[in-house]
Design a protein around this ligand. Structure first.
Ligand SMILES: Cc1ncc(COP(=O)(O)O)c(C=O)c1O
Length: 393
């Protein structure tokens, strides 16, 4: 099995599940993916059955144009269709936001999703990076970020809530305070790709606020919460003028028939979806307690469907990735290729308990990282029992 090279790529993103599975060949059958955070409980088996039965028709025919899909999405979300544009993943919208609406400079808290820094850098913009501090648990302090934006003179500002890779969450009230303080900017983007996983507040989204403001876009990625990264689906919410500008830039058939079919299935599946989010929140709590059994691991508070974990200095994340993949068939992500992070940080997607047991088992054997002449960690990750810390969720 030759998987080592896959993690040595000079990109801000992890190798895809498909490329790892191809490299592993027959060993890929029991591969568990902690790398890409995705809702494991949605779509339900019953929904997958329906998709499988209709696969031929779905693949044979052209999807509807964005107008028809937008109308359905708007009715599911109870939003005005003139305020949303669906896209081929929210990455497609990040690309167009940068091309159309970012003129010279953009402020981005780091660490965060790589496209928020890489996309504007690729088009020659000045990216003002606001460093979130480990000593603050990577928490974003609104006043400090606003001061930074004003001092730098950034014309556009981004805020991911919850943030990737730490899962830190800013209350709705704080996000509104942030938007109010920056009402003179060209644009403020609130990336809510992981907001449906938030448990601490009932209605955390500021989408309804965005439509009545002149300079705010809220971004959503349905791949994560609806558990369907492969179909590539995201959307933006903003006032009708901004929405028209973005929608006009998007190709006519930018959404595929699988995405269209799923959107039309959603209206009837609200209860199953809500149930899946409850299960995931419970998994997050349980997984946090499991990882907290290792005294040398630091687990950061998260409201997203992943947990950021700091390894002791003696254990290297890149080696841990190789070891867990080769010995335990677990695909995990180290954050060394993220701006503002190092390979001492791991981001583990929240998974059901049977898979977490495999991860815990893998971490228990971590002293084997130093085998065969490679460096020997001076601290071993030895599990002991500790009361779960409820504060995580
Ligand atoms: C904060 C954030 N925004 C956007 C995206 C892109 O999502 P999509 O798969 O919809 O393009 C990601 C992907 O991980 C992300 O973490």
């Amino acid at each position: 099995m030759t998987t080592r090279g896959l993690f040595q790529q000079s990109t801000a993103h992890s190798p895809s599940f498909f490329s790892v599975a191809r490299a592993m060949g027959q060993h890929a059958d029991d591969l568990a993916d902690f790398c890409i955070p995705c809702n494991p409980y949605f779509p339900t088996d019953e929904m997958f059955g329906e998709l499988e039965r209709n696969l031929r028709t779905i693949l044979k025919f052209y999807p509807s144009d964005a107008g028809a899909i937008t109308a359905q999405l708007a009715s599911v979300l109870r939003l005005n269709p003139s305020t949303i544009s669906p896209a081929n993943g929210s990455t497609e919208l990040i690309t167009w936001i940068d091309r159309l609406l970012v003129d010279a400079s953009i402020a981005v808290p780091i660490p965060t999703f790589g496209r928020w820094t890489d996309q504007p850098l690729e088009t020659g913009k000045r990216v003002d990076m606001f460093l979130l501090k480990e000593s603050d648990n990577f928490e974003l302090r609104v006043d400090e970020y606003v001061d930074f934006i004003k001092r730098r003179g950034s014309r556009v500002a981004v805020l991911c809530n919850p943030n990737n890779p730490d899962g830190g969450y800013l209350s709705r009230r704080e996000v509104i305070r942030f938007m109010d303080a920056l009402d003179d900017l060209d644009l403020v983007v609130i990336d809510e790709s992981f907001i449906d996983f938030v448990e601490v507040e009932m209605n955390p989204s500021v989408a309804a606020e965005a439509v009545v403001r002149p300079n705010v876009i809220v971004l959503k990625s349905l791949g994560k919460n609806f558990g369907l990264h492969g179909i590539r689906f995201g959307y933006q919410v903003s006032n009708p003028a901004l929405t028209r500008k973005l929608s006009a830039a998007l190709p006519k058939w930018n959404l595929n028939s699988l995405a269209e079919t799923v959107i039309f299935m959603l209206a009837e599946r609200r209860a199953e979806y809500e149930e899946s989010l409850k299960k995931l929140a419970l998994d997050r709590f349980m997984m946090n307690s499991q990882l907290n059994q290792f005294p040398e691991l630091t687990v950061f508070p998260s409201q997203a469907n992943f947990l950021l974990v700091k390894l002791p200095g003696s254990v290297d994340g890149a080696e841990l990735c190789d070891y867990l993949l080769a010995e335990h068939h677990l695909l995990v992500r180290q954050c060394g290729n993220k701006i503002g992070m190092t390979s001492q940080f791991m981001r583990f997607g929240v998974r059901p308990d049977t898979e977490v047991e495999r991860l815990v088992e893998g971490l228990r054997g971590v002293e084997r990282l130093g085998g065969g002449g490679r460096h020997t960690p001076t601290i071993e990750l030895v599990a002991h029992s500790r009361e779960p810390e409820r504060s995580i969720s």
